[in-house]
Design a protein around this ligand. Structure first.
Ligand code: X8Z
Ligand code: ZN
Length: 608
């Protein structure tokens, strides 16, 4: 058997890292460990470029062959990632005398693998194949009705947004959930394998592993998530109460249960995660919003590329360099008719320098205009941290990555739309108009919070074994009901796998990131408005054109993951913690209005 014990110093660690061997008993010095980290970064960096390319091709052309190709490279990436993570684990166990920043880097290497695999090549291959198969099932999923007419998710989502026909909504809702049924056994097996991998690296389970990425203990992170939710909850409850009452007025008490919960198919979104599409219903049957972005985009005949160029111009106004022309040549902006693709929006940096791209099946709606800003936020972040070492190329924590583009989109105000010529003049500033505008945003951002929380709560329960495969669906609905006050419109059984009907479950994208981002983006917005010299209510502020705000934002983006996120946040906003207070301040006028509306209502819900 080859060992590296006959070598000494950095060469020993270097060789060990390349061969993936254990290193013998001696504790390593700071210099040796730094050398290991550098080499590990180089190796992982090279592999990740190959992975990016194979993944891009697979997601743009889903076929038997592209799937095999991506599985091959992902297997190599996982084997390498696990070997390196195990070494990091061992260095940490012997970590006395290592500096704090080196220990942090080792920890980052240790928890870098999304799906940690058992120490076995065949099981690694199996785990990676399961991941690709689940993604395939989701992305190629269709609902075919009794007449044999089939629909893809994108079209079903559009109907969910616009239809007010309860029976149609119910059919779409239940129909899409047929597509995720076959995922259940694959998902259960995937959990089993990834848990073994996580335990091998010294974690309790995959949930513990995912939660350990926040510069604090995994338990402290879970407790903080609950604390943030408790703070934001009264605003959510006020919104849920008002929306429930308006839905009752729209659909009647045959449709609305009398326990205070809202059936999930009535909220204008396939997953009831954002409710902005039913602003008309919520405002009494007719939209009260001062303008309709979807109509503006239609009137101006904006193409998907035009939407991206408009979002780019916002970033340019803050002082960011333009996107490279290759962004427009290589991105996927619309759904191709001739092949299967992963339509769920994403942002990429193929060469880890500036080969930036988005992949999105853009629809011409105000909602999607927001998503375009969201994706570009990822791209500008990716480019800003490209000078960092490999393991520091990432956002301060994953929530930051999701918050940047959203924070920019909060600056898409009537005043901004006038500045760029989308509106001829500012809409009359009446109290009704202000409330309607705040309502539209709250239906998107506030309604999202409990959904953002339960996606990972469910997974944490599943990964820890608290919820077993036999109870997957029941546990899912228990969380939906308790946190969201949202209930299933049709009977659910353990034959269904409703969590799998949401992209991030089969794709294994952790979801706490979005919960955090929905709070952080208001902190970022608040700070950028301050730097832009804005005085007034936060929802009226646009940081458009503020070089000062752009510079501060860029400084944060450039830092990547080089420091604990609390330090990075403090340098930008002055806070060391996620603070729901910024969101609460933004919506304060709406909260007062909701409390008036709800004054004579019995709010809250009872879980069966
Ligand atoms: O998945 C996304 C982005 C890509 S990172 C479009 N989002 C979450 C979702 O769609 O469920 C953005 C907000 C929440
Ligand atoms: Zn995102």
């Amino acid at each position: 058997m080859i060992t590296t014990n006959s070598l000494s110093g950095p060469r020993r660690w270097a060789l060990a890292s390349l061969l993936g061997l254990a290193c013998g008993a001696q504790a390593a010095t700071e210099t040796e460990v730094r050398e290991f980290i550098d080499l590990a970064g180089q190796r992982a960096g090279e592999l990740s470029l190959k992975e990016n390319r194979a993944e891009w091709i697979f997601q743009n052309f889903i076929t038997y062959d592209t799937q095999n190709q991506v599985v091959d490279i992902k297997k190599q990436v996982t084997l390498n990632g696990m070997a390196t993570a195990r070494m990091a684990r061992d260095f940490m166990a012997d970590g006395e005398g290592l500096s704090e920043s080196t220990l942090r880097d080792l920890e980052m290497i240790r928890h870098k693998v999304t799906l940690p695999a058992p120490a076995d090549e065949a099981l690694t291959a199996e785990l990676v194949s399961l991941g690709a198969e689940l993604e395939n099932i989701y992305s190629t999923g269709k609902y075919c009705n009794a007449e044999g007419d089939c629909q893809v998710l994108r079209d079903m989502s559009l109907r969910m947004a616009n239809s007010r026909n309860e029976a149609e909504l119910r059919e779409l809702w239940a129909g899409w959930r047929e597509a995720s049924k076959p995922m259940r056994p694959l998902y259960a097996r995937m959990v089993e394998l990834a848990n073994t991998g996580a335990r091998d690296l010294g974690y309790k389970d995959l949930g513990d592993y995912w939660r350990s990425r926040f510069d604090m203990s995994s338990d402290a992170f879970a407790a903080d998530m609950d604390r943030y939710w408790q703070e934001a909850k009264p605003l959510y409850e006020a919104l849920q109460c008002h929306v429930g009452a308006q839905l009752e007025a729209q659909y009647g008490d045959d449709v609305m249960p009398d326990n205070g919960m809202i059936p999930a198919h009535l909220l204008g979104n396939m997953w009831a995660q954002g409710w902005a599409n039913i602003e008309d219903v919520v405002m009494g049957g007719k939209s009260q919003a001062p303008y309709d972005l979807t109509e503006i985009l239609e009137e101006r005949d904006m193409s998907a590329v035009d939407m991206a160029r408009t979002a780019e111009a916002f970033f340019s106004s803050l002082g960011f360099e333009p996107l490279p022309e290759t962004f427009y040549e290589r991105s996927l902006f619309t759904r191709p008719q001739d092949r299967e693709v992963v339509c769920h929006a994403s942002a990429w940096n193929l060469d880890d320098v500036d080969d930036l791209r988005i992949k999105m099946c853009i629809q011409r709606t105000g909602e999607e205009f927001g998503v375009v800003h969201h994706e570009l936020g990822h791209n500008y972040y990716q480019r800003a941290y490209n000078q960092q070492d490999y393991f520091h190329r990432g956002s301060a924590n994953v929530g930051f990555h999701e918050a940047v583009g959203d924070a920019i989109a909060l600056s898409v105000t009537p005043e901004y739309l006038v500045k760029i010529g989308f509106l001829d003049e500012l809409p009359a500033s009446t109290e009704e108009a202000e409330i309607a505008q705040l309502m539209k945003t709250a239906l998107d951002k506030v309604a999202f919070l409990p959904f953002g929380l339960i996606m990972d709560k469910w997974r944490w329960q599943v990964f820890s074994g608290e919820v077993e495969p036999a109870n997957y669906n029941q546990a899912w609905w228990a969380l939906r009901e308790e946190y969201q006050g949202v209930t299933a419109p049709v009977t659910r059984t353990e034959d269904h796998f409703d969590p799998g009907a949401k992209y991030h479950i089969p794709s294994n994208v952790s979801y706490s990131r979005y919960f955090l981002a929905h709070l952080l983006q208001f902190q970022f917005h608040q700070r950028m408005c301050e730097l832009a010299g804005f005085e007034g209510p936060l929802h009226q502020c646009s940081a458009y054109g503020s070089k000062k705000a752009g510079e501060a934002l860029n400084t944060m983006l450039t830092a990547g993951r080089s420091a604990p996120w609390q330090d990075t946040l403090e340098a930008f906003t002055g806070d060391r913690d996620v603070d729901p207070g910024a969101m609460l301040a933004y919506f304060a006028p709406l909260k007062a209005w909701l409390d008036e509306q709800n004054a004579d209502r019995q709010c809250g819900w009872t879980v069966n």
